[in-house]
Design a protein. Structure first.
Length: 305
């Protein structure tokens, strides 16, 4: 699947992943009102509104980008109807040829990690039939339980030719409380990066590993160090735009081949119509505003090369 991601990035000339992280406050009022009129003030209405909102954005941008990244918590908060919207979103994006990165941030003891991996990038056996619960191409993984919590995900990657992005240095302000702490003179995030490179060496695509890393755009100097530690690792870079990361911060994450990183933007794109820059589109044309935001992001990132 890493080969398909790279192929999509080359085809679109856009190392961009759009975070499909809906909140009810982002959804245009006419979509929400219709869902409530049809289903009442229920979780089912919320799930239906999220799906319609996502579909509009996907239809407007799928030809511009290589990948999307739905954050499962934004769907889980609405229970089973929310997860139904998540599943419909994942399936629809794949139908459109997009690579789907499920932002699930799972990681637990071995057997539980195996269950998470089976649910999202693998399958389960029911009698004589193998079935998949969700259908993401990649998922995000929390490594802080150690190797026995990560290995089940890697095993499924090898079996299914899908991928993972392991949290190494996250973009949130308090990440340093743990990730920057020194262990034998090294920051913990460097040690995690070394493990990611080692795990990935045994799980290679044509030029990059199926085992990627998450490194926030808000820490470019750390990104520069981690790029050297993980030369064959694809880096998922959150934190661009709304979280404070800028295009000039992104260059250290890429290799000399212009590949090696994919940059996430979530509300900066899916909620573009609420920004002053795109206010002229109005809520009826929210998806067109998202399309323009993608075009602007693509141009912004292209300027660093």
């Amino acid at each position: 699947m890493i080969n398909k991601l790279i192929e999509n990035i080359k085809k679109t000339e856009a190392p961009i992943v759009v975070g499909l992280d809906p909140m009810l406050g982002y959804i245009p009022s006419y979509i929400m009102e219709k869902a409530v009129n049809d289903r009442g003030e229920t979780l089912e209405a919320a799930g239906e509104a999220i799906w319609e909102y996502n579909k509009g954005i996907i239809d407007a941008i799928y030809d511009l980008i290589p990948a999307v990244k739905p954050q499962i918590a934004m769907y889980e908060q609405f229970g089973i109807p929310g997860l139904t919207a998540f599943n419909k979103t994942v399936d629809y994006c794949r139908e459109k040829g997009l690579v789907v990165i499920g932002d699930i941030k799972r990681g637990d003891i071995g057997s539980t990690s195996a269950a998470y991996a089976n649910a999202h990038i693998g399958s389960v056996q029911v009698g004589k039939t193998k079935l998949s619960g969700f259908h993401e191409d990649f998922i995000t993984v929390n490594p802080y339980l150690g190797s026995d919590g990560v290995k089940p995900f890697i095993d499924v990657c090898k079996e299914e030719k899908r991928g993972i992005f392991i949290l190494v240095k996250t973009s949130n302000p308090s990440s340093g409380e743990f990730q920057d702490q020194k262990v034998d003179g090294k920051p913990l995030y460097e040690i995690v990066g070394e493990h990611v490179a080692k795990w990935g060496a045994d799980c290679m695509g044509d030029s990059y590993s199926y085992v990627g890393a998450v490194v926030g755009a808000t820490y470019p100097e750390m990104g520069k160090v981690l790029r050297k530690i993980m030369p064959k690792t694809y880096i998922l870079v959150p934190g661009y735009g709304a979280q404070g990361g800028s295009a000039k911060d992104l260059k250290p994450y890429f290799n000399e081949d212009g590949l090696g990183a994919i940059v996430n933007s979530s509300r900066g794109i899916i909620c573009a119509y609420k920004q002053e820059q795109y206010a002229e589109f109005g809520e009826k044309n929210y998806a067109d505003a998202s399309r323009q935001a993608v075009i602007d992001m693509k141009e912004d990132i292209a300027g660093i090369f």
